[in-house]
Ligand binder design. Structure first.
Ligand SMILES: Cc1cc2nc3c(=O)[nH]c(=O)nc-3n(C[C@H](O)[C@H](O)[C@H](O)COP(=O)(O)OP(=O)(O)OC[C@H]3O[C@@H](n4cnc5c(N)ncnc54)[C@H](O)[C@@H]3O)c2cc1C
Ligand SMILES: O=C(O)[C@@H]1CCCCN1
Length: 388
């Protein structure tokens, strides 16, 4: 037997959507890349599983909306490379009070926008109700990404370009240096460059590198709600996605996607959850109150009256939040050949093609394609522990 190959140009830890897109860009640029995943693929214990994610250009922060043309182009490229459909255009409504600063910023982020008042909204989309005075901004190019299918597609192209994906292999330790040594449950690998995209595990994982990142994993209830009469309420699979901004009954926001993955069931979730440890995600006593479900039930009875007010299906996902909900995309402050991509705060999927490109550029020592100030590790004080 030939000895197992152990030296690569770049090692990427974590095969969620961010690590997989990073590895895809590296392999397309002819870097000999090893992508390591602790669980057997596919799995549902991280943040990238499930069948749907929103993609939208409407963003309160222009540094994300500016990335969207590049994202749409790269998603289309992946569709062409794999001959699969990964995106369905549905449009997206941003619901809230007019004048609300983030809602106005979303309007500005769209070249052309359409603003509907309560009456115009229920004429056009009969399933939706607004409270008097509220408005809906329509982002017509937004839609749904087929998440599980997208993850498979990007990993397939990575492999096709010569990349090595090893799943069921957990990284136990990292030895920094000009050559980084990575020890897993099955082997020891070396590379001059390392990228860590370990999702909700990142905070605890990088402590061994003297880093204390303010990353908070949150357990998210992913809820699906049955249409009272399938299709009759103008919901169904042809309705738009939505998200709320500045509603006093849901300050963190609520979002929804049309009934695509489960016919007759619309996905409506709270953009919030309870702090958790990714290893203990499902260890919650059955008596624990479910405040997120209560917020959603109350929202549905006012805004989506065509849906039943108790969820029909519930699944679980993880967010990894930073205090400002901006991503961390940066080099380790002491070990510049170690790059970290984390803290995607529940909005990273659509942006993964550009996140992957930026992490690839950072790792190769190139000038990143976008301004990275909002993503710097040093925006958080005290990240290098006292021992460093
Ligand atoms: C309910 C929900 C709804 C969302 N909705 C949207 C949306 O509508 N639009 C949008 O753009 N985004 C959305 N997001 C956010 C998006 O899904 C995430 O930002 C994205 O999936 C994060 O990907 P990731 O690769 O960082 O994390 P993950 O997918 O968790 O990947 C990290 C991987 O690292 C692996 N790993 C960890 N430690 C190790 C180790 N020691 N060794 C080897 N492997 C390791 C893990 O097993 C995991 O597979 C949503 C997220 C959730 C949970
Ligand atoms: O990234 C998104 O587009 C959505 C918006 C609402 C919250 C969850 N993520």
């Amino acid at each position: 037997l030939a000895p197992q190959k152990s030296t690569y140009d770049v090692i990427v830890i974590g095969a969620g959507i961010q690590g997989s897109f990073t590895a895809y860009h590296l392999a397309q640029r002819h870097k000999d890349t090893l992508l390591l995943e602790q669980f057997l693929l596919p799995h549902s214990r991280g943040s990238s599983h499930g069948q749907s994610r929103i993609i939208r250009s409407a963003y309160p922060q222009e540094y994300y909306s500016r990335m969207m043309p590049d994202c749409f182009r790269l998603w289309q490229q992946l569709e062409a490379e794999t001959g699969t459909t990964l995106y369905r255009q549905t449009g997206l409504l941003v619901l809230g009070p007019p004048g609300e600063p983030e809602l106005e910023a979303c309007r500005r982020s769209l070249g052309v926008d359409e603003v509907l008042d309560a009456a115009a909204l229920s004429r056009r989309f009969p399933g939706f109700r607004l409270q008097a005075g509220q408005v809906a901004v329509l982002d017509s190019t937004a839609g749904v990404l087929f998440a599980d299918r997208a993850l498979r597609a990007v990993q397939e192209v990575f492999r096709r370009h010569g990349g090595t994906l090893r799943d069921g292999e957990k990284v136990l330790s990292i030895q920094p240096g000009a050559t980084v040594t990575v020890t897993t449950t099955a082997g020891v690998y070396k590379a001059p460059r390392l990228i860590i995209t370990a999702g909700a595990w990142t905070g605890a994982f990088v402590e061994q590198l003297g880093l204390r990142l303010p990353l908070q994993p949150l357990r998210i209830d992913v809820c699906y709600w049955r249409e009272k009469q399938p299709g009759s309420a103008g919901l169904g699979s042809v309705s738009p996605c939505f998200l709320t901004l500045g509603l006093s009954q849901a300050p963190h926001g609520i979002y929804g996607l049309p009934s695509i993955e489960y016919p007759g069931l619309m996905k409506v979730c709270h953009h919030h959850g309870s702090p958790t440890d990714p290893e203990k995600r499902d260890q919650i006593p059955s008596s624990t109150p479910r405040p997120d479900i209560a917020v959603l039930s109350s929202f549905i009875s006012s805004y989506l009256p065509g849906l039943e007010t108790q969820p029909a299906v519930m699944e679980t996902c993880l967010y990894t939040n930073t205090p400002d909900e901006d991503f961390i995309l940066d080099r380790h402050p002491k070990f510049s050949n170690i790059v970290i991509g984390a803290g995607f705060s529940g909005h990273g999927f659509k942006l993964a093609p550009v996140v992957g490109k930026l992490l690839c550029e950072l790792s190769l020592g190139e000038e990143p394609s976008y301004n990275m100030a909002h993503f710097a590790i040093t925006r958080f004080p005290g990240v290098l522990g006292a021992a460093q």
